[in-house]
Design a protein around this ligand. Structure first.
Ligand code: GLU
Ligand code: ZN
Length: 294
Protein backbone atom coordinates (compact mmCIF):
# COMPACT_ATOMS: atom_id res chain seq x y z
CA UNK A 1 0.00 0.00 0.00
CA UNK A 2 1.44 3.37 -1.00
CA UNK A 3 1.84 5.72 1.98
CA UNK A 4 -0.16 8.94 1.94
CA UNK A 5 0.95 12.11 3.71
CA UNK A 6 -0.81 15.45 3.93
CA UNK A 7 -0.23 19.08 4.78
CA UNK A 8 -3.40 20.72 6.12
CA UNK A 9 -3.11 24.47 6.76
CA UNK A 10 -5.97 26.67 7.91
CA UNK A 11 -6.31 29.78 5.71
CA UNK A 12 -6.76 32.21 8.55
CA UNK A 13 -3.37 33.85 8.13
CA UNK A 14 -0.15 33.76 6.17
CA UNK A 15 2.21 30.80 6.30
CA UNK A 16 5.35 31.28 8.38
CA UNK A 17 8.47 29.21 9.07
CA UNK A 18 6.62 26.79 11.35
CA UNK A 19 4.23 25.91 8.51
CA UNK A 20 7.12 25.66 6.06
CA UNK A 21 8.87 23.21 8.38
CA UNK A 22 5.78 21.02 8.64
CA UNK A 23 5.18 21.09 4.90
CA UNK A 24 8.82 20.32 4.09
CA UNK A 25 8.93 17.49 6.62
CA UNK A 26 5.84 15.96 5.04
CA UNK A 27 7.44 16.34 1.62
CA UNK A 28 10.67 14.72 2.81
CA UNK A 29 8.90 11.80 4.48
CA UNK A 30 6.56 11.27 1.53
CA UNK A 31 9.54 11.16 -0.79
CA UNK A 32 11.50 8.84 1.47
CA UNK A 33 8.60 6.42 1.76
CA UNK A 34 7.78 6.62 -1.97
CA UNK A 35 4.42 8.02 -0.91
CA UNK A 36 1.97 10.65 -2.06
CA UNK A 37 1.63 14.13 -0.59
CA UNK A 38 -1.80 15.76 -0.41
CA UNK A 39 -2.81 19.33 0.32
CA UNK A 40 -5.94 20.03 2.34
CA UNK A 41 -7.28 23.49 3.08
CA UNK A 42 -8.95 23.48 6.52
CA UNK A 43 -11.45 26.24 5.91
CA UNK A 44 -14.49 25.18 7.95
CA UNK A 45 -14.34 28.39 9.95
CA UNK A 46 -16.13 30.75 7.60
CA UNK A 47 -15.35 33.84 9.64
CA UNK A 48 -11.62 33.30 9.93
CA UNK A 49 -10.93 31.70 6.53
CA UNK A 50 -10.10 34.10 3.71
CA UNK A 51 -9.79 33.36 0.01
CA UNK A 52 -6.76 35.67 -0.21
CA UNK A 53 -5.08 33.48 2.39
CA UNK A 54 -5.87 30.38 0.35
CA UNK A 55 -4.27 32.07 -2.65
CA UNK A 56 -1.24 33.05 -0.57
CA UNK A 57 -0.87 29.45 0.70
CA UNK A 58 -0.80 28.15 -2.90
CA UNK A 59 1.75 30.78 -3.90
CA UNK A 60 4.02 30.24 -0.91
CA UNK A 61 4.04 26.44 -1.25
CA UNK A 62 4.69 26.81 -4.94
CA UNK A 63 7.53 29.22 -4.24
CA UNK A 64 9.03 26.75 -1.74
CA UNK A 65 8.93 24.21 -4.55
CA UNK A 66 6.67 21.69 -2.85
CA UNK A 67 4.65 19.63 -5.30
CA UNK A 68 1.40 18.06 -4.13
CA UNK A 69 -0.40 15.07 -5.60
CA UNK A 70 -4.05 14.92 -6.54
CA UNK A 71 -6.70 17.59 -6.18
CA UNK A 72 -6.68 19.97 -3.23
CA UNK A 73 -9.42 19.15 -0.73
CA UNK A 74 -11.31 22.11 0.69
CA UNK A 75 -13.07 21.14 3.89
CA UNK A 76 -15.83 23.70 3.35
CA UNK A 77 -16.96 21.71 0.28
CA UNK A 78 -17.47 18.52 2.29
CA UNK A 79 -19.91 19.39 5.03
CA UNK A 80 -22.02 16.35 4.04
CA UNK A 81 -19.18 14.02 4.97
CA UNK A 82 -18.98 15.51 8.45
CA UNK A 83 -22.76 15.42 8.79
CA UNK A 84 -22.75 11.68 7.98
CA UNK A 85 -20.11 10.99 10.59
CA UNK A 86 -22.07 13.01 13.12
CA UNK A 87 -25.22 11.04 12.24
CA UNK A 88 -23.38 7.81 13.00
CA UNK A 89 -22.41 9.09 16.44
CA UNK A 90 -25.92 10.45 16.94
CA UNK A 91 -27.48 7.07 16.11
CA UNK A 92 -25.17 5.44 18.63
CA UNK A 93 -26.46 7.88 21.25
CA UNK A 94 -23.04 9.41 21.72
CA UNK A 95 -23.90 13.09 21.16
CA UNK A 96 -25.93 15.56 23.19
CA UNK A 97 -27.14 19.06 22.39
CA UNK A 98 -25.65 21.96 24.34
CA UNK A 99 -26.62 25.61 24.34
CA UNK A 100 -24.19 26.66 27.04
CA UNK A 101 -22.35 29.91 26.66
CA UNK A 102 -18.70 30.15 27.61
CA UNK A 103 -19.85 32.11 30.66
CA UNK A 104 -22.18 29.37 31.86
CA UNK A 105 -19.48 26.73 31.43
CA UNK A 106 -16.99 28.91 33.33
CA UNK A 107 -19.50 29.63 36.11
CA UNK A 108 -20.43 25.97 36.57
CA UNK A 109 -16.80 24.88 36.43
CA UNK A 110 -16.02 27.40 39.20
CA UNK A 111 -18.84 25.99 41.29
CA UNK A 112 -17.57 22.40 41.20
CA UNK A 113 -15.72 21.08 44.18
CA UNK A 114 -12.91 18.57 44.53
CA UNK A 115 -10.48 17.59 41.77
CA UNK A 116 -12.99 18.49 39.01
CA UNK A 117 -12.91 22.12 39.97
CA UNK A 118 -11.13 24.19 37.37
CA UNK A 119 -9.75 21.22 35.46
CA UNK A 120 -9.19 22.15 31.84
CA UNK A 121 -8.84 20.35 28.53
CA UNK A 122 -5.51 20.44 26.63
CA UNK A 123 -6.64 23.66 24.90
CA UNK A 124 -7.07 25.30 28.27
CA UNK A 125 -10.89 25.38 28.25
CA UNK A 126 -12.72 24.22 31.41
CA UNK A 127 -13.90 20.61 31.15
CA UNK A 128 -17.62 20.58 30.44
CA UNK A 129 -19.41 20.57 33.81
CA UNK A 130 -22.50 18.82 32.43
CA UNK A 131 -25.38 21.32 32.52
CA UNK A 132 -27.07 20.10 29.31
CA UNK A 133 -26.61 16.44 30.20
CA UNK A 134 -29.29 16.88 32.86
CA UNK A 135 -31.11 19.91 31.42
CA UNK A 136 -31.38 19.40 27.64
CA UNK A 137 -31.85 22.66 25.71
CA UNK A 138 -34.69 23.44 23.33
CA UNK A 139 -33.69 22.61 19.78
CA UNK A 140 -35.44 25.63 18.24
CA UNK A 141 -32.27 27.66 18.58
CA UNK A 142 -28.67 26.99 17.52
CA UNK A 143 -26.97 24.37 19.69
CA UNK A 144 -23.58 22.70 19.73
CA UNK A 145 -23.34 18.90 19.85
CA UNK A 146 -20.96 17.41 22.35
CA UNK A 147 -19.54 13.91 22.69
CA UNK A 148 -20.77 11.88 25.66
CA UNK A 149 -17.21 11.07 26.68
CA UNK A 150 -18.05 8.65 29.46
CA UNK A 151 -20.48 6.65 27.32
CA UNK A 152 -18.08 6.70 24.38
CA UNK A 153 -15.23 5.31 26.47
CA UNK A 154 -17.41 2.41 27.53
CA UNK A 155 -17.74 1.24 23.93
CA UNK A 156 -14.00 0.92 23.23
CA UNK A 157 -11.02 -0.98 24.61
CA UNK A 158 -7.58 0.35 25.53
CA UNK A 159 -6.21 -1.39 22.43
CA UNK A 160 -8.73 0.52 20.30
CA UNK A 161 -7.15 3.70 21.51
CA UNK A 162 -3.41 3.40 21.10
CA UNK A 163 -1.51 4.50 18.05
CA UNK A 164 1.87 4.16 16.38
CA UNK A 165 3.93 7.25 17.08
CA UNK A 166 7.26 8.21 15.59
CA UNK A 167 9.89 8.46 18.31
CA UNK A 168 13.22 8.20 16.55
CA UNK A 169 15.81 10.89 15.92
CA UNK A 170 14.77 12.99 12.95
CA UNK A 171 16.41 11.94 9.69
CA UNK A 172 17.49 8.55 11.01
CA UNK A 173 16.90 5.80 8.47
CA UNK A 174 15.97 3.43 11.28
CA UNK A 175 12.79 5.24 12.13
CA UNK A 176 11.54 4.06 15.45
CA UNK A 177 7.81 3.63 15.93
CA UNK A 178 6.41 3.09 19.39
CA UNK A 179 2.89 2.25 20.51
CA UNK A 180 1.49 5.15 22.42
CA UNK A 181 -1.55 4.87 24.70
CA UNK A 182 -4.04 7.74 24.68
CA UNK A 183 -6.11 9.56 27.28
CA UNK A 184 -9.09 11.01 25.39
CA UNK A 185 -10.96 11.61 28.65
CA UNK A 186 -8.81 14.68 29.20
CA UNK A 187 -10.98 16.38 26.56
CA UNK A 188 -14.19 15.79 28.49
CA UNK A 189 -17.47 16.14 26.56
CA UNK A 190 -15.75 17.78 23.59
CA UNK A 191 -17.75 19.85 21.10
CA UNK A 192 -17.88 17.93 17.81
CA UNK A 193 -20.40 20.13 16.01
CA UNK A 194 -19.99 23.78 16.76
CA UNK A 195 -22.97 26.08 17.14
CA UNK A 196 -21.82 28.19 14.21
CA UNK A 197 -20.49 25.67 11.67
CA UNK A 198 -22.03 22.20 12.19
CA UNK A 199 -18.65 20.51 12.42
CA UNK A 200 -15.38 21.02 14.28
CA UNK A 201 -11.67 20.72 13.70
CA UNK A 202 -11.61 17.33 15.46
CA UNK A 203 -14.46 15.74 13.54
CA UNK A 204 -13.43 17.10 10.13
CA UNK A 205 -9.80 16.12 10.40
CA UNK A 206 -10.59 12.55 11.38
CA UNK A 207 -13.16 12.12 8.62
CA UNK A 208 -10.89 13.68 5.99
CA UNK A 209 -7.78 11.71 6.91
CA UNK A 210 -9.85 8.55 6.48
CA UNK A 211 -11.58 9.62 3.24
CA UNK A 212 -8.27 10.72 1.74
CA UNK A 213 -6.57 7.46 2.73
CA UNK A 214 -3.95 9.25 4.81
CA UNK A 215 -1.54 6.73 6.34
CA UNK A 216 0.95 9.12 8.00
CA UNK A 217 -0.02 12.27 9.85
CA UNK A 218 3.03 14.50 10.35
CA UNK A 219 2.16 17.60 12.34
CA UNK A 220 3.40 19.76 15.20
CA UNK A 221 3.77 18.73 18.81
CA UNK A 222 1.05 21.29 19.63
CA UNK A 223 -1.52 18.85 18.20
CA UNK A 224 -0.28 15.78 20.07
CA UNK A 225 -3.04 15.95 22.68
CA UNK A 226 -5.67 16.28 19.94
CA UNK A 227 -4.55 12.92 18.57
CA UNK A 228 -5.95 11.26 21.69
CA UNK A 229 -9.42 12.51 20.82
CA UNK A 230 -8.88 11.69 17.14
CA UNK A 231 -8.10 8.06 17.99
CA UNK A 232 -11.30 7.79 20.01
CA UNK A 233 -13.31 9.20 17.10
CA UNK A 234 -11.67 6.74 14.70
CA UNK A 235 -12.61 3.89 17.03
CA UNK A 236 -16.22 5.12 17.35
CA UNK A 237 -16.62 5.68 13.61
CA UNK A 238 -14.80 2.51 12.51
CA UNK A 239 -12.16 4.47 10.61
CA UNK A 240 -8.60 3.31 9.91
CA UNK A 241 -5.87 4.86 12.03
CA UNK A 242 -2.85 6.54 10.48
CA UNK A 243 0.64 6.59 12.04
CA UNK A 244 1.39 9.85 13.82
CA UNK A 245 4.56 11.86 13.91
CA UNK A 246 4.33 14.94 16.12
CA UNK A 247 7.35 16.99 15.26
CA UNK A 248 9.09 19.43 17.54
CA UNK A 249 8.47 23.06 16.86
CA UNK A 250 10.98 24.76 14.65
CA UNK A 251 14.52 25.03 15.97
CA UNK A 252 17.42 26.99 14.58
CA UNK A 253 20.39 25.15 13.05
CA UNK A 254 22.25 25.57 16.35
CA UNK A 255 19.38 23.92 18.18
CA UNK A 256 17.94 27.01 19.83
CA UNK A 257 14.29 27.82 19.29
CA UNK A 258 13.86 30.34 16.54
CA UNK A 259 13.07 33.73 18.02
CA UNK A 260 9.35 34.41 18.01
CA UNK A 261 9.79 37.32 15.62
CA UNK A 262 11.55 35.07 13.10
CA UNK A 263 9.03 32.29 13.66
CA UNK A 264 6.02 34.45 13.01
CA UNK A 265 7.43 36.42 10.09
CA UNK A 266 5.37 35.42 7.05
CA UNK A 267 7.16 33.44 4.34
CA UNK A 268 6.31 36.10 1.82
CA UNK A 269 8.13 38.66 3.88
CA UNK A 270 11.25 36.50 3.86
CA UNK A 271 10.82 36.32 0.11
CA UNK A 272 10.40 40.10 -0.25
CA UNK A 273 13.52 40.60 1.82
CA UNK A 274 15.49 38.48 -0.61
CA UNK A 275 15.44 34.97 0.90
CA UNK A 276 15.42 32.12 -1.61
CA UNK A 277 13.55 28.84 -1.19
CA UNK A 278 16.94 27.13 -0.85
CA UNK A 279 17.79 29.44 2.04
CA UNK A 280 14.50 28.68 3.78
CA UNK A 281 15.04 24.95 3.32
CA UNK A 282 18.56 25.04 4.66
CA UNK A 283 17.60 27.34 7.55
CA UNK A 284 15.04 24.71 8.55
CA UNK A 285 17.55 21.88 8.21
CA UNK A 286 16.39 20.43 4.89
CA UNK A 287 18.46 19.59 1.89
CA UNK A 288 17.90 22.08 -0.88
CA UNK A 289 16.14 20.59 -3.91
CA UNK A 290 18.75 22.22 -6.16
CA UNK A 291 21.44 19.92 -4.72
CA UNK A 292 19.16 16.92 -4.86
CA UNK A 293 20.84 15.22 -7.84
CA UNK A 294 24.35 15.76 -6.46
N1 GLU B 1 -5.31 22.91 10.17
C1 GLU B 1 -4.49 22.68 11.32
C2 GLU B 1 -3.56 23.84 11.53
O1 GLU B 1 -3.27 24.58 10.61
C3 GLU B 1 -3.62 21.44 11.20
C4 GLU B 1 -4.42 20.22 11.24
C5 GLU B 1 -3.64 18.93 11.23
O2 GLU B 1 -2.52 18.85 10.72
O3 GLU B 1 -4.19 17.95 11.72
O4 GLU B 1 -3.10 24.03 12.64
ZN1 ZN C 1 -24.59 22.91 27.72
Amino acid sequence: MQPVFRFAPSPNGLLHLGHAYSALLNEQEARRHGGRLLLRIEDIDRLRSRSEHVQAIFEDLDWLGIAFDGPVRFQSAHMDDYRKAADTLQQRGLLFACDCTRQRVAREAQALSGPDRLSTDPDGAPLYPGHCLHTPPHLDQPVAWRLRMEAALQTVTVDDLSYQAFAGPRGDQNSEWITRPTAPQRWGDAVLLRKDIATSYHLSVVVDDALQGVTHVVRGRDLEAATDLHCLLQALLGLPRPHYDHHDLVTDTDGTKLAKSRMSKPLRQWREEGASPAMIRSMLGFESTECHNG
